[in-house]
Design a protein around this ligand. Sequence first.
Ligand code: AMP
Ligand code: ZN
Length: 112
Amino acid sequence: MDCLFCKIINKEIPSQIVYEDNDILAFNDIAPKAPVHILIIPKKHISSHAELGEFDAELMGKIHMVINKIAREKGILESGYRVIINCGEDGGQEVKHLHFHLLGGKKLEINM
Ligand code: AMP
Ligand code: ZN
């Protein structure tokens, strides 16, 4: 499949991996918008948040626990952070493989 993030999962494209298990990969965003900017993705190809099914509930819960763990390791659990999912055209999603942005390490702007 011609999917950038599937290629990162398969190590066909290099990335700076922050966390990996059987179901989830986390790596640094190539164009960071904050001191901490990490993308957390399911290894299963799900094209967007809109494509989630009920069987993905456990996986999505696990992703949030991984985000929490990474936030702790990066030292931003106390200072705060933001988790963003862009979905579809209006949501500004560029890569069509579901991903969670974890941003922190500075006071983030409020912008819609
Ligand atoms: P989105 O706009 O939500 O689809 O976000 C896609 C994100 O992927 C952007 O923040 C990009 O900077 C990031 N990105 C694109 N290509 C790469 C790559 N090869 N490695 C890491 N991050 C990437
Ligand atoms: Zn994919």
